[in-house]
Design a protein around this ligand. Structure first.
Ligand SMILES: Cc1ncc(COP(=O)(O)O)c(C=O)c1O
Length: 358
């Protein structure tokens, strides 16, 4: 079975399983803001059209300045990328040939990009069901490591690690000349998130990756940024193709940054829906990870393996993200995005049907 390594594009999943995509389905496999893009984006869309006849600013100066002002750091500390995915690739190129530790289970692109750049990949495995991160346990893996990839809040578990643990890991890595690549693709779904960006001025080994495609529901546009000490940004940016980010993405990014209220609205919506789902799961004997964001892992505690549940859901037009390619999960959980109220209710309805049978 050669299942796709990412969520979204469900046609590939169905093809790999030899099934035909149902006419009606709900895709829970992509972790995108269910409220959609900020409405202002649609209003401005026609104005953006004019920009396609000129080359985009290769240095993305306007957007960099806006992010720098918001984060209160210098614009030289920022590199805009064609999605977080491009930035992961650039960082992996920068780390070519080094030993790279990946805290697992996590986003599969760290390993893929590392391997494509001849890095030696070592897993630091967190254990289910709590997936706790501990300084003492990670320490032995850091010997001779050139970098550590840590996703916070983590994809696929949705779990946020403790600030003191993350800071002590960054400190220890600095002592050992090891970069910490902290992927914060989902940071803005957290209520009261304590940002690590101010620490880039303190720790020269810290590289932060952010995506703008999740919160602003623009994965088709591709936009993200890196924050790190200016010297590091200068080195990594040399590896980026010229004009890597298109003009529409740049303009959309500027506009999205003005939508603070939209972020708050999303956070409230997600917390309420997560609570509603969590109550249902507890009542019906499903285990959900203690996610703080817009997706979560789920397993049926009555079942040893989750394959049958996965198939049942697919046949009902409910598409979760499988977890076969997450080290340590091996298909024993399913990941779901938090969607609209009706879609989440539909999921619960189908899970109740399943519960009556199993
Ligand atoms: C943890 C994490 N980082 C980065 C990305 C890349 O996001 P994008 O390239 O859409 O910005 C993803 C996408 O799923 C992700 O889950």
């Amino acid at each position: 079975m050669n299942l796709p390594s990412h969520g979204s594009n469900p046609q590939h999943l169905f093809k790999s399983l030899g099934l035909s995509l149902p006419e009606k389905y709900i895709d829970f496999s992509a972790n995108i803001n269910p409220l959609g893009p900020p409405p202002a984006l649609k209003e401005k869309w026609n104005d953006f059209y004019r920009e396609i006849t000129v080359y985009p600013d290769p240095f993305a100066e306007k957007l960099r300045k806006k992010i720098a002002d918001k984060e209160q750091i210098s614009a030289q500390s920022i590199l805009i990328g064609n999605g977080g995915a491009e930035l992961i690739t650039l960082v992996a190129r920068f780390l070519s040939g080094k030993k790279v530790v990946v805290v697992e289970p996590s986003f599969s692109e760290y390993e893929k990009a590392g391997r494509a750049n001849d890095c030696e990949i070592q897993y630091h495995q967190l254990l289910e069901p709590h997936f706790e991160l501990s300084m003492e346990q990670i320490l032995p893996s850091l010997t001779n490591a050139g970098a550590l990839f840590l996703c916070n809040p983590n994809n696929p578990t949705g779990i946020q690690y403790s600030v003191s643990t993350v800071i002590s890991i960054i400190q220890e890595c600095e002592k050992q000349n090891c970069f910490v690549v902290l992927d914060e693709a989902f940071y803005d779904f957290l209520v009261n998130y304590e940002s690590y960006i101010p620490y880039i001025n303190k720790f020269s080994n810290l590289i932060i990756i952010r995506s703008m495609t999740k919160m602003f529901a623009i994965p088709g546009l591709r936009l993200g940024y890196l924050a790190a000490a200016p010297a590091l940004i200068a080195e990594i940016s040399r590896l980026q193709p010229h004009w890597s980010i298109n003009s529409i993405a740049l303009l959309a990014g500027e506009l999205c940054l003005q939508n603070e209220e939209y972020i708050k609205e999303t956070q409230v919506y997600i917390s309420e829906e997560r609570e509603r789902l969590s109550t249902f799961f507890k009542r019906n004997n499903f285990v959900m990870t203690s996610s703080q964001v817009n997706f979560y892992l789920l397993r049926d505690s009555n079942q040893k393996e989750q394959n049958k549940l996965f198939e049942f859901l697919l046949l009902k037009g409910i598409i979760p993200r499988h977890t076969f390619n997450f080290p340590g999960l091996e298909g024993n959980w399913l990941r779901f995005a938090i969607k609209s109220k009706d879609e989440n209710s539909k999921l619960m309805e189908v899970l109740l049907e399943w519960r009556q049978l199993h």
